[in-house]
Write a protein that binds this ligand. Structure first.
Ligand code: SF4
Length: 82
């Protein structure tokens, strides 16, 4: 599960976020590159390849694109309840 108590420190403020790889539940980002490859306008990789949200989606199309990344993330590291 995404963990809003363990957000990646580089997430931009807003509802969407990526969970830090050090999440205690072991379900933080594993640097698989799916989200920042699939939606590079919204997700970015840090120096270790872990993802964070760099821009919040606003339009329906943007939200749909980010939702596709949320569903594709293999460890449910992306959340939208932040
Ligand atoms: S899809 Fe999930 S595990 Fe893969 S880089 Fe993005 S947040 Fe990390």
């Amino acid at each position: 599960m995404s963990n809003k108590e363990m957000k990646h420190s580089k997430n931009i403020e807003g509802a969407w976020y990526c969970t830090d790889p050090d999440d205690d539940d072991g379900e933080g980002c594993i640097a698989c590159n799916v989200c920042y490859t699939g939606a590079p306008d919204f997700f970015e990789e840090d120096e270790d390849g872990n993802a964070y949200v760099k821009k919040q989606p606003i339009s329906d199309d943007e939200i749909e694109l980010c939702n596709e990344q949320l569903e594709a993330c293999p460890v449910n590291s992306i959340g939208l309840d932040g």
